[in-house]
Design a binder for this molecule. Structure first.
Ligand code: GLU
Length: 377
């Protein structure tokens, strides 16, 4: 199949779409770009009638708030940015609400944080809310809850958030709209002969290198963070298209299979939703260094990690926490959920499984990390 056929083939089956809009798309230097928001709602409402569902991940709260409050460049502390997001988020929602209401359609706001997507119960609650909104025909509009998170506990950027949402919602496509045409083979600001890469099959180091340090002028994430998002969705079998947002009827052009932007193909072998959550939503709380035999068993033979294979641990964790598993030299091999706390692990490192009983007085599991809870990197 050539790249045109590949694209048509992928897009013919797309029903649920996450559209991610960067700040540079939904705002101008004067504030919110209502024309873009209306145009988007026109397209989405028309497609809703054809049975397609959309989830919007929209940035723009901070940018809109900064403009509304006429805050000066450079004079922005973290609390100021958070307060700006508070002012801007309500304006952002009002703009979406007004645009969709013109078609008799409704929108619902969801503000998420990393904690919401790390805690399995909250993750599932978020999923239930999302599914209920969609079943009502309401378009969810999602943003990070900027007013309560600071950089250290942030999801990072809305590129990451949109990827996690696409997986959470079992979407068929992540469409990321930005101020660039897509992934270029070199920086177009430096080289006028830069060429757009229409299809990316795999995110090799060479492809990642094309993203360079490119960044959008107002949003947080540049092309690198878009490709990081692509890594996450493609592992879950979701294709992603990165395209320039300020284009008339962009969604229709994309869904009709026109060669716009960069299409990142889904991975041939995808991982389950649960393993995806372990790999991408959880923050590892500790490190387990394992011997060469255990490293081979995990990475090549698809086996669980037993206490006997662990050489050393670092960090403090509870049973059920996410941990990294590293080679004797410290190369990350896998992440997984541990069955024992760090205190317990200290006592059973290097022990045969039956010995765990008399060392601890009980044996919760034979495995330190069961293969079902382990994702090889
Ligand atoms: N949540 C931020 C906002 O709405 C944007 C973060 C981002 O663009 O990655 O302003």
């Amino acid at each position: 199949m050539n790249s045109v056929e590949i694209r048509k083939n992928i897009l013919s089956n797309v029903r649920r779409i996450v559209v991610k809009l960067g700040s540079s798309v939904v705002t101008t230097d004067k504030g919110l770009d209502r024309k873009i928001i209306r145009g988007l709602s026109d397209e989405i409402c028309a497609y809703n009638k054809l049975g397609k569902e959309f989830i919007i991940v929209s940035s723009g709260a901070v940018a809109a708030g900064v403009r509304r409050m006429a805050l000066k460049e450079g004079a922005r502390t973290i609390p100021q940015k958070q307060a700006a997001a508070s002012v801007g988020q309500s304006r952002l929602m009002a703009a979406y609400d007004e645009a969709f209401s013109r078609h008799g359609s409704r929108v619902g706001q969801m503000l998420l944080t990393r904690d919401d997507l790390t805690n399995r119960r909250r993750y599932l609650n978020a999923r239930n809310t999302l599914m209920t909104l969609l079943s009502w025909g309401v378009t969810p509009i999602i943003n990070e809850n900027d007013t309560v998170v600071v950089d250290e506990i942030k999801l990072g950027d809305n590129d990451n958030l949109s990827a996690l949402v696409a997986v959470l919602a079992s979407a068929d496509l992540l469409l990321t709209l930005t101020d660039m045409d897509g992934l270029m083979d070199c920086d177009p600001r430096v080289n006028p002969n830069a060429c757009l890469i229409p299809v990316v099959e795999d995110l090799t180091p060479e492809i990642m290198g094309y993203a360079g340090g490119s960044s959008s002028s107002i949003g947080r994430g540049g092309m690198t963070s878009k490709l990081e998002a692509a890594k996450k969705v493609r592992m879950s079998g979701v294709p992603m298209i990165i395209a320039k947002g300020k284009t008339t009827r962009l969604i229709s052009h994309v869904l009709e299979g026109e060669m716009i932007g960069t299409l990142v193909l889904p991975a041939k072998e995808k991982i389950s939703a649960r393993k995806h959550w372990i790999r991408y939503n959880l923050q590892p709380e500790g490190d387990l260094y394992v011997d060469a035999g255990a490293a081979r068993a995990i990475t090549q033979k698809g086996k669980s990690l037993l206490p006997i294979g662990v050489i050393r641990i670092e960090g403090e964790f509870e049973d059920g926490s996410a941990v990294r598993i590293l080679s004797p030299e410290g190369a990350p091999l896998a992440v997984g959920l541990i069955n024992y706390s760090s205190d317990e692990m200290q006592k059973i490192i290097g022990r045969q499984t039956p010995e765990v009983d008399w060392v601890l007085g009980y044996r919760r599991n034979d495995e330190a990390v069961h293969v079902d809870n382990l994702v090889v990197l």
